[in-house]
Design a protein around this ligand. Structure first.
Ligand SMILES: [Zn+2]
Length: 200
């Protein structure tokens, strides 16, 4: 399990020591639950927490970051990564869910927030349904102090899953209603059925 760094190290001098955490993995890997766990612990410690998600993700509620087990925490939907800069104010901790759906500016935004002394925690899919790095995620993982890759269980063989296998033939990268449309798969089971150019 991820052990949070000492938060009080940036309390004394917030100009010098923010940082970036990335929680990534496939569908059904518990990314959002892990994000919520970290944010709740910050809230319990009476830190000021702001949470954002892309306006595109409207699966459940407009203003909640919701994971599949229904644990939720209030969040602000935003259209562009740059909006987060304007809206994060004097928060100590900035949480961002579904980070893969944001534009690539999110990498710059995360860096600016961390350099201002904030703890920035981003959760997102590291790969799309074709097994390719997803949107700003590789850039975020590159500049983060802490990267946690969580895993699901392969729905075909029970192995360790890090791929999101799409059961439908739609080519749209953003496909909502994920429960029916995807399966978590291990590498073997993903590429056994995947019909893309990248299967190698
Ligand atoms: Zn498998």
């Amino acid at each position: 399990m991820f052990v949070e760094p000492r938060i009080d190290s940036f309390r004394a001098d917030r100009r010098s020591a923010g940082w970036i955490e990335v929680v990534c993995g496939s569908m059904f890997s518990g990314k959002t639950e892990e994000l919520i766990r970290r944010l709740n612990r910050a809230l319990i410690a009476k830190q000021k927490v702001e949470i954002f998600k892309p306006a595109i993700d409207t699966r459940y509620h407009d203003t909640d970051v919701v994971s599949h087990n229904e644990t939720s925490i209030r969040s602000t939907p935003v259209q562009f990564a740059n909006d987060i800069l304007l809206l994060s104010g004097d928060s100590d901790v900035v949480g961002i869910d579904e980070a893969q759906f944001f534009d690539k500016e999110l990498v710059k935004v995360a860096r600016i927030l961390a350099n201002k002394g904030k703890r920035v925690i981003l959760a997102g899919l590291d790969m799309d349904f074709q097994g390719e790095p997803f949107g700003p995620m590789p850039g975020l993982m590159g500049i983060a102090e802490f990267v946690t890759k969580v895993h699901a269980i392969c729905m075909k063989c029970g192995g360790v899953a890090s791929y999101s296998y799409r059961l439908t033939t739609s080519d749209k990268k953003v496909l909502l209603g994920e429960q029916e449309a995807y399966e978590a798969r291990c590498r073997h089971c993903f590429y056994e059925d995947f019909k893309g150019d990248h299967a190698g």
